[in-house]
Design a protein. Structure first.
Length: 88
């Protein structure tokens, strides 16, 4: 019984040491991920107003393009004999 315990203690110690190394590695990765999350959050705070402005401009541009298509369609429907409507 004593010999079995003596042989198993080094194996248990090696296993615990390997587990400790994995825990340290995992803790490092979690800390690194947390720092990356903070950095990404800071970047998003910086770029969110720019993205909002871009979305607003994109919507306005889309509305203007639709309006231009509609006006061109109206122009095509108008008689060529009425130049004032074409100019307008």
């Amino acid at each position: 019984m004593t010999q079995a315990v003596e042989k198993s203690i080094p194996i248990i110690a090696e296993t615990l040491e390997a587990l400790r190394n994995h825990m340290i590695f995992t803790q490092y990765h979690l800390l690194h991920n947390e720092m990356q999350k903070d950095v990404i959050h800071d970047w998003m705070q910086h770029f969110r107003p720019i993205l909002n402005k871009y979305d607003t401009i994109k919507k306005k541009l889309k509305a203007k393009v639709a309006e231009k298509k509609e006006l061109n369609a109206q122009k095509d429907r108008n008689s060529i004999l009425n130049p004032f409507q074409h100019i307008k």
